[in-house]
Structures are given as structure tokens and as C-alpha cells.
Write a protein that binds this ligand. Structure first.
Ligand code: GLV
Ligand code: MN
Ligand code: MN
Length: 433
């Protein structure tokens, strides 16, 4: 299943080979829409609709192969680093890999996600290379296209897993022991994909090569609809975190256990779900969600013995997020006590609010002719990278305003406008050191 660093042929049952983006190799840039069309069959979710492409899984590996083929078809040099991050290099003749401009995104998805979250940034990066070549650009510094694994954290629980490992924001030993829903550890999943968990962790040499990073992403809200603009730049990423609540009670028989005798953790969990919603409603600008809940063992005629539920909470002020979690935890303990159960809270990942540096963003606003600048409530690898190097984000309008759902969308002309804007941004950065 692993990433085949030197394979030229397309994987069986995978996407079409390189150059399928309309016009590639025929004197026109590949279209973003054509590039994305090649991915349509990969991880299509028959139950939810949309796509399910878990990090370090088969579907993501297939998409990484597709990216490697498209990059090689453009003469870029592909490497996979020890944390599973893909790098495709447009080198400066005779030059070294330093002071590089980097762009890219991710190819994994949430369960039942849309077509654009991640792949739009990767396809746009490939198309931007074509635009720059057709403009006859000869860069004075290298360009790296980057693909981060497991950005969604939908398999191993930690958001932006690849960029956290690359930057050392996650302890490698802790990461290696993370488990997916089937109990497989990250170390085991990495081994299946040809990586050794003993080599995980901050990669200073890889980071030292990069001077700045620009991630293009489909917008996941309504900011660009409201501003009537196809493309915008990012100002900030809302602080976000993930926590797990485990309720334990007494597993028992649904028919023989009198209502008064029960210690039902699912009833306690139901109270916590409402408490999460109510806690966020009470704090201006807060968002809190329970999107996943798992009773153990999960049987119609079985009172659960334990229930896990996961909380996603977000607020611009990280202290307020911590207070929000404090009140959710207190409410969960009260709900557990009322059912004679126990509640235990653990943290899976925390990402503080990120404000992108003004200098890079305002330079790109100028290069793009004064596009709007807007905040986002969604998390991105760019948010992790921003602690290391100057980082900016470009957003492409999503006319539905919906994301993490098959209804996520970008009009074809907006997707192409996004790739042109990315090429303009990269050109600005590549020509002037
Ligand atoms: C990722 O898209 C997130 O915001 O969780
Ligand atoms: Mn996402
Ligand atoms: Mn994303």
C-alpha cells in the first residue's frame, strides 16, 4: 500500500495518469478542474456520499501516488520525508534547496468530506507550476510543492498530524502510539506505508530549506460570498482543539435491568452533548461540536458499559477555550454523577489561534490587486507552519458556504482563478528574494 517513491505507472484502480488536466503538455496550463476530475473515483463514500480518505490509509496513498506522477510529469523531483510529508522540487539550476518558496495542502479527508478540502490546494499548486512555466518564469529561488498527510486527523485523532510531526509540535513517541478506530497504532500504519516510526519528529533540515509557505484552500464558510469575490487572503485561523470524554457505567441487559437500577453511560453522554451546545451558546464567538459518539459495545438490547464522545471546541481567545472546556467538563461530571457513572476528559490536540504575519499577507494583497482579507474558523497545516516561517493563505469562494460535507463546492471558473492567483503570488515571491 505504501508510497512508491519511484513508481511511474498509475496504481491499479487509481486515478488516471499524469497530464489529464485539460491542456497539460499542449501549451496550456492543466486545468484545476481536470486535475481534480482524475481523483473522483478515489475514496468515494457509498454511505454518506462525498469522499472518505483517511490519513496513512489506502486512499490517501493512492492520491499521494497521483501527486507524485503529476509532479514528475512536470520535471519536479519528488521526495517523501521521514514524517510522510511529500515534497516536489522545482530547483534553481545549479542552486541549492534553500530559501525556497513552498505551497501545497493535503489529500486526506474527513469521513464523507467534499471534493475540494485539501485537493484544491494541491491541484492548484500543480496548475500554478504550469502557469509559471508558460509565463517563461525562471525563478531565482526554488519552489517546493508540499502535501501533508493526515491533516484532518480523522483517523488518529490529532489535527494536522503531518505538519505537527514535521515541526515537532507533537511528541514522536506519543504520536507513534496513537490508535485508529480499529486499534492499529500510527507506528503500524506507518510501517505499512514504508515509514519507520522511530524516525518521526521535528525535521530541522527539511524546515531550514523553506523561507515561506502559501496554502490555497477552498473557503469553508461564507466570507467570499458576502464579499462577492472569487479569491481572498487569510488573516487568521480560529483556535481549535479536540477532547475526548469517556463515560463509564455498568453494561447490562436491556430487558432485565429495572430503570431505577441502571448506570447507563449513554444517558450521561446525552446530557453532555446538550451541555457542549449550551456552553458554546453562552460564550460569544465560541463554537463547540460533538460529531462523533461511540457506545461500547453498541447493541440494541445492551446497556452500554462505556461511551466515548469527542468534542471539537473553538474560540479566538485560547484562554476562553480553556474556560469553555472547564465548564463542559463540570457539566459532564454532573451528568455522569446523576447516572452513577464516571466521566474522564482527555485532550487530543490543541491549536492556538494563529494570526498570519502582516508583511507577507499585505505583500500578496498588493500582488493580487487588492483581494479581500478574511479570517477562517477552519484549521490548516498553514496554521502550524506559521509558528516557524512566514505563512499566508489564499481562499477560493465556496458558493454553498458548506464544507466537511459533499455539498462543499467551488465553481470551475473560481477554481481556475484561484490557480492563477496562486501563480501570481508565487511569482511575486519567487522573483524577489
Ligand atoms: C479542518 O478542516 C478543521 O478545521 O478541523
Ligand atoms: Mn477539513
Ligand atoms: Mn483542509
Amino acid at each position: 500500500m505504501g508510497f512508491q517513491g519511484t513508481t511511474a505507472a498509475g496504481p491499479a484502480g487509481g486515478p488516471a495518469g499524469p497530464g489529464r488536466g485539460a491542456g497539460f503538455g499542449a501549451g496550456a496550463p492543466a486545468s484545476v478542474v481536470g486535475l481534480l476530475a482524475a481523483l473522483e473515483g478515489v475514496g468515494a463514500d457509498p454511505r454518506r456520499g462525498g469522499y472518505t480518505r483517511p490519513g496513512f490509509g489506502r486512499e490517501e496513498a493512492t492520491l499521494h501516488e497521483w501527486f507524485a506522477q503529476e509532479a514528475r510529469a512536470r520535471g519536479l523531483d519528488i521526495e517523501r520525508d521521514r514524517n510522510g510529508v511529500l515534497w516536489a522540487w522545482w530547483d534553481v539550476p545549479g542552486g541549492s534547496r534553500s530559501n525556497a518558496v513552498a505551497t501545497g495542502s493535503h489529500l486526506d479527508s474527513v469521513p464523507g468530506g467534499g471534493q475540494y478540502d485539501g485537493p484544491l490546494g494541491v491541484a492548484s499548486a500543480l496548475a500554478a507550476v504550469d502557469h509559471l512555466r508558460l509565463r517563461g518564469l525562471s525563478p531565482s529561488r526554488p519552489l517546493a510543492l508540499v502535501v501533508f498527510p493526515e491533516e484532518e486527523g480523522s483517523r488518529f485523532g490529532v489535527a494536522c498530524l503531518g505538519s505537527r510531526l514535521l515541526t515537532g509540535r507533537l511528541d514522536p513517541a506519543e504520536a507513534a502510539g496513537l490508535r485508529d478506530a480499529s486499534g492499529l497504532t500510527l507506528a503500524e500504519a506507518l510501517a505499512e506505508s514504508g515509514l519507520d516510526a522511530r524516525h518521526l519528529g521535528r525535521d530541522q533540515a527539511a524546515l531550514d530549506r523553506v523561507a515561506c509557505f502559501v496554502e490555497l484552500h477552498v473557503e469553508q464558510g461564507r466570507g467570499l460570498i458576502d464579499r462577492d469575490a472569487a479569491v481572498g487572503l487569510g488573516s487568521s485561523i480560529l483556535g481549535h482543539g479536540r477532547w475526548k470524554l469517556r463515560f463509564t457505567g455498568q453494561g447490562n441487559h436491556a430487558g432485565t435491568t429495572l430503570m431505577a437500577d441502571r448506570r447507563d453511560p449513554l444517558v450521561a453522554a446525552a446530557g453532555a452533548v446538550l451541555a457542549v451546545r449550551d456552553a458554546a451558546l453562552a460564550v460569544p464567538e465560541a463554537r463547540a461540536t460533538v460529531g462523533r459518539l461511540q457506545p461500547l459495545p453498541g447493541g440494541t438490547n445492551v446497556i452500554a458499559s462505556a461511551v466515548d464522545l469527542w468534542i471539537d471546541a473553538r474560540h479566538p481567545d485560547d484562554e476562553v477555550t480553556a474556560e469553555l472546556l472547564g465548564s463542559i467538563h463540570a457539566a459532564a461530571r454532573a451528568a455522569a454523577e446523576a447516572e452513577s457513572c464516571e466521566a474522564e476528559l482527555s485532550t487530543e490536540s490543541v491549536s492556538p489561534t494563529v494570526h498570519f504575519g502582516h508583511a507577507l499577507t499585505s505583500r500578496l494583497v498588493g500582488a493580487l490587486g487588492g483581494v479581500p482579507v478574511l479570517a477562517t474558523g477552519a484549521g490548516h497545516d498553514a496554521g502550524v507552519l506559521a509558528a516557524e516561517i512566514p505563512t499566508a493563505m489564499l481562499f477560493v469562494r465556496n458558493p454553498t458556504g458548506i464544507s466537511h460535507s459533499p455539498e462543499e463546492y467551488a465553481a470551475d471558473e473560481d477554481a481556475e482563478a484561484g490557480a492563477v492567483a496562486l501563480a501570481d503570488a508565487l511569482q511575486e515571491l519567487l522573483l524577489v528574494p
